[in-house]
Design a protein. Sequence first.
Length: 160
Amino acid sequence: MDDVPSAYLIKPFSRTNLLEQLHYLRLIKDRKPSLLANNKRLITIVTLMVLRMQQKIDHIKTHLAKQFHLPAEQIEKLMPSFIATLQTHMQNLEKAVAADNPQTIGEVGHTIKGAFLNLGLNDCAATALHIEQRGKAGDRSANYKQLFEKLHDTLLPITE
């Protein structure tokens, strides 16, 4: 435990990396509190990312409770499935974008739009709608890769 954690986190941030950093910081706090004084930037970055992750998850849980009248216990049980489904849809979109087939991109955009709406992720749904419409119109000029990356970055706090 003599090592001092790096003042930087690799970008893009992943949920796993953040949790590992938090665990490491907790160990340092317990064993060598003086080391934390030199790593305020790392602590700030990790704290902000964890808050962002928790805010997204809380938003989804609140939406599910209001929209579908689900009890908290059921939401807790379903969250891993919802996140896994989002990851699968994002992988499908990434493959469709890589294949450069606007029609397929539009179909996948439609599917993922529904998933976003079910989870109350309206900002993501708006982007997915744009992907759907452009793809189904056969638009090859749309920057699907950039739109995918926008969705990916928005979802990072909950899907990684």
